[in-house]
Design a protein around this ligand. Sequence first.
Ligand SMILES: Cc1ncc(COP(=O)(O)O)c(C=O)c1O
Length: 475
Amino acid sequence: MHNPRFAPPLLPPAYGARFGEFIGIGANGNLWVDNCDVEKLIETYGSPLFIISENQLRQNYRAFRDAFANAYPDVEILFANKSNNGLAIRHIMNQEGAGGDCFGAQEMYMALLAGTDPATLVLNGSNKQDDELEMAIANGLCINIDAEDELDRIAAIADRLGTIANIGIRLKLDLEPLRDRMGVAMHGPGSLKHQSDSTKWGMTREQTADIVRRALAMPTVRLQETHFHLSRMSNEPADFAVMAREMITWSGYLRDTTGWTPPTIDIGGGWTFGKWYGTGPNGQIDGPDAPTPADYAQAVCDAIKDEAEKLGLPLPKLRLEPGRALSGPAGVAVGRVGAVKRGAKTWVNLDLSTNHLSWAAVLDWYYHAVRVHDAGAEAHETVDLVGPLCNSDELGAHRPMPALARGDLVAFLDAGGYTESAAARYNAQLLPATVLVSGSRHAVITEREQLKDVAGRFRVPPHLLAASFARPEAA
Ligand SMILES: Cc1ncc(COP(=O)(O)O)c(C=O)c1O
């Protein structure tokens, strides 16, 4: 539960222009995160750097919490840990009262290590291992089943441990009304329905009913919820309302075919943070008409209530698993300009790369770029912001930017989710540090990677050691 002792009141600073409640242009004209000048943070911690605003993260969470509390009687928000795995982030979410969606043993371990109440954690995944299932059962997490043999494996482990396993079932919803609705093409082409149909997730109606029937007969298994995640980026509340309604339709089907009505439905994450597809570099930061968490909550909760009433079902407890909507706008990623090359285009090289901002490689518009010094300056020319990797490494193509020269800093907004947690090491690049800003305090929450961290994992088997230097006759 929300503990106000650890969840301080939020007092946004006064900014000249703001990109969020706690990210904006400060009195000296630079980009600030909360009460810290980003230029000064880079002087202290170096570049490239991820910066997370503790207060913005709390603000984003509270916007969701309040929106759903106003729209529905019984809601639990589970932060999608995958969007930012930082232990400090998990502590902040705990203090706010958020549960968590864990994907795999490591995310589960870190959430438990940070002290998250296991009753508010779920384990999701399409290929769960026995040790992963055992960790979840031993610690009392709800496991969302997503394979036909998972129930028997769970029951066997629960029997062996002499305990009860809590389970849910991940559904393969039909989503017929979303046949022609397009989200953001982040996992390949196709409509929202096509995307859902063609990805590996979820159990069919018949499979779900079969799991329910068998689970009802198992003394060491407790059926807790049904689960779905609209695994495609959209910020259109109506699309999510279709999905939420169908969760209830399936509850009716399960009641009629098995006698079990899910007491909880978990509708996953996927709703973006209020930005229209296409806004960002060339348009507005936030379209004035962009849907808000309140719009999203209202649409989803109205659909659930309406369908439950139609089918004569009790209102279930509602769980949701937002990730990027909470963590994304809480962070910026900052890189330093190196070579500026002019030719057919102007390429501005940064020390930040698509290793760090992986969505930039897929979605050109995704991160809005801001010059850190004199951040409100007029755009001067259109440039391609690129990283140092040996691919094209486009962080932002065709970005109108103020003048940029070697040594300048560029910040990408909305970079608090799926950046650090999805970062790669291509070209043996070192992973950046992450700094948490809280008012005027700042502290490292992820250490910068060192060369030894990359080189130290490699081994050379003994038979290769001297062979590189052996003369042919000695070989
Ligand atoms: C099961 C599940 N829940 C929640 C999320 C979070 O999604 P988002 O960050 O888009 O809200 C994901 C993302 O992949 C997911 O797979």
